[in-house]
Every structure is written in C-alpha cells, then in structure tokens.
Ligand binder design. Structure first.
Ligand SMILES: NC(=O)c1ccc[n+]([C@@H]2O[C@H](COP(=O)([O-])OP(=O)(O)OC[C@H]3O[C@@H](n4cnc5c(N)ncnc54)[C@H](O)[C@@H]3O)[C@@H](O)[C@H]2O)c1
Length: 317
C-alpha cells in the first residue's frame, strides 16, 4: 500500500494512538483529514497539528454525520475511532455494536461511494480469544473472542475484508497488543496512578496475584509498525500483529509504577472474576508473534517492561 503523497483520513484523530499516527503522517508530508467527536479524544492532543496547513480537522460524530463530503479526495482511510474499552462490553454491549461495527459499516459504505481505495484498520489481540499457541501468529484460528469488544473488532475485520473483495479495495489490518504511552487516557497505568495518588499506602489490583500475563507496546513502536506494515503490504487484505516480544504480569506493572512513584504500598488483590481475570472478558495470557512484520524490517524498539516504564514516566511527567 502506497502512503507517500496521499490524502489520508484519520478517524479518532484526537485520541491516543490516532493523534500520534496523524502527526507522523503530517511529518512525512501527507495531507491529513482528521475526524473526531471529542467524546474521548482531546483537542489539546492535536495542538501540534491544528496550525499545519496539511491538516484539516472536522468535529463530528461518525455514527450520524454526513461522510460523503469529508471523504471527497481521500485516498486512504485510517479508521481508528472506536469504543476501545474492553471492560464496558460486559455491561453495555450496544456501545461496541454502534461505535465499532455500525460506524465501520457507515465508513465503508461512504468510502466505496467516494472512491477510497485503501483502508488501514487497528484491530486487537482480543480477536484471538484465549489461544493455546503463544506467541500467537496472525494465521491462528478459529478466532473466538471472549469479549464483546473483541467480537466487534473481528466483525469489523470481516466487513473490511469483504468490502475489499467486493469493491476492489485494499486493507491492512493490525492486531495490537496493549498500547501504552503519552495521551493514553484509560488503562491499568492510569488506574494504578490514580489510586496511589488517593492512597499511597495501599493499591487495589483487579484479579488474583500475580494477575494476567500480557504484552505491552509503546505507541511510538505501534505507529512505526503501522507505517512499516502499510508500506510493505502486498496482499489485498494483509494482517499484521504489532506488539513487543515479551510479556509481563500485572504485579510486574504494579512494581514498576510504585517504584517510579517512590512508594511501597500494600497490594490488595480483589481475587478477580472467573478464575482470576481482572474483569469479564479479560484474556489471561496474551503474547503476539511479531515475526511477520519483523521479516519486513520492523522491530519494536522497547520490551514490554521498557514500554511500561517509559509510559509511567510520561504519565507522571
Ligand atoms: N489502546 C490500545 O491498547 C488498543 C489496542 C488494540 C486496538 N486499539 C484500537 O486502536 C484504536 C485507537 O484506540 P485508542 O486507545 O487510541 O482510543 P481513544 O479512545 O484514545 O481514541 C478513540 C478516538 O475515537 C473518537 N471517537 C469514538 N467514537 C467516535 C465517533 N462515533 N465519532 C467520532 N469520533 C469518535 C474518540 O473521541 C477518541 O478520540 C481503536 O480502534 C482501538 O480499538 C487500541
């Protein structure tokens, strides 16, 4: 997929990952049309872009807004807007259906009518469900997600693949490990830091000691992987995992957060749900194989531990 000199729509551009991706695309000389309803994203995350003549921001809700005018002249659709909250799927299933599946469908319909040729879509490690192959490669199956969020992203992958086949488009689908870094607003690091600021002597941790084992990737590695994957993609629908090469437990994360905050609190494990998961739909073990993207020249620069430590320092700063 060619990215150079093309006009790219980035949905969710005021959010965590998309704001970094949009910045990188502008740095590389692309024209970027950003769309966000600022429900989770923040205008301040776009402060480096808003004055760039190659950037146009449209505030709007992708579930209801007219999409044909914003998509005029767009070559590549990078669709990052979503409800990314895995936990909420156990209580509010509708949000994942609307914000993930219905919004993706609307964009695909408007995109094919407007002549959008290429689609970039961030999916998630949660589409794999609970795998017995670790590190999990892209061709693992069957894909049986255990969260509504994972199911909604898998449905989006399927819709995108079918549009590519039916309407002659190309797509790159990325399955991300847990992404951390500046401008993140909701993850385990924020949860721990918020709780420790309230009570530095004890830390409530969801789950059973030592917690789930998962892989974490810094947003800088995530964005470089997205660009590398898009440029290397040769199949009509290409799937790449993006993550680091190791994993760590929730206890390891708590140890790094408390060390960086200069605290030694007592850990209070909640015991979790369904055999020690942090919440319903929480996968217990996740480590993605990144060999496919690595064979094309990309490497994560940070391990999970390095990514978590860097992200904690960035949040505290
Ligand atoms: N953060 C992770 O660890 C992770 C892991 C796997 C996949 N992903 C995927 O990456 C993408 C970005 O995630 P993120 O963590 O940066 O999330 P985020 O919440 O920071 O960003 C999502 C953005 O989309 C916007 N948005 C949501 N619904 C919208 C709508 N209807 N109309 C317009 N804008 C809307 C929000 O305001 C927000 O700015 C998502 O698709 C998510 O599923 C994230």
């Amino acid at each position: 997929m060619e990215l150079r000199d093309r006009t790219v729509m980035v949905t969710g551009c005021a959010g965590f990952i998309a704001s970094h991706l949009a910045e990188e695309l502008l740095r590389r000389g692309n024209r970027v049309v950003g769309v966000d309803n600022l429900s989770a994203g923040k205008r301040e995350f776009m402060s480096g872009m808003l004055s760039d003549p190659n950037f146009r921001f449209i505030e709007g809700d992708l579930l209801t807004m007219d999409l044909s005018a914003p998509l005029q002249g767009v070559d590549v659709l990078c669709h990052l807007a979503a409800n990314p909250d895995v936990r909420s799927g156990a209580t509010n299933t509708r949000a994942h259906f609307d914000q993930n599946i219905a919004v993706t469908y609307r964009l695909l319909e408007a995109g094919r009518e407007s002549g959008v040729k290429d689609i970039v879509f961030p999916s998630t490690s949660t589409v794999y469900g609970e795998t017995d192959v670790i590190p999990t490669p892209e061709d693992y199956g069957p894909l049986l997600p255990i969260s509504v969020y994972g199911a909604s992203k898998l449905a989006c992958e399927a819709l995108i693949a079918s549009y590519c086949h039916s309407f002659g488009q190309n797509a790159v689908l990325y399955r991300f490990a847990n992404v951390v870094g500046p401008r993140s607003t909701h993850n385990v690091l924020h949860d721990f830091i918020r709780k420790l600021r309230q009570d530095p002597s004890s830390l409530e941790i969801l789950g059973a000691e030592p917690g789930t084992s998962k892989s974490y990737v810094h947003v800088s590695d995530c964005v470089s992987g997205m660009i590398a994957g898009a440029e290397a993609a040769r199949q009509q629908v290409e799937v790449f995992n993006i993550g680091s090469r190791d994993w760590m437990t929730v206890k390891d994360i708590a140890d790094i957060v408390t060390e960086e905050m200069g605290l030694s609190p007592e850990y209070r494990w909640t015991g979790g749900v369904m055999g020690g998961r942090g919440w319903v739909g929480d996968v217990k073990k996740m480590l993605l194989s990144v060999d496919k993207l690595a064979a094309l020249g990309w490497q994560p620069q940070m391990s999970s531990r390095e990514a978590i430590r860097r992200a904690v320092q960035e949040i505290l700063a």
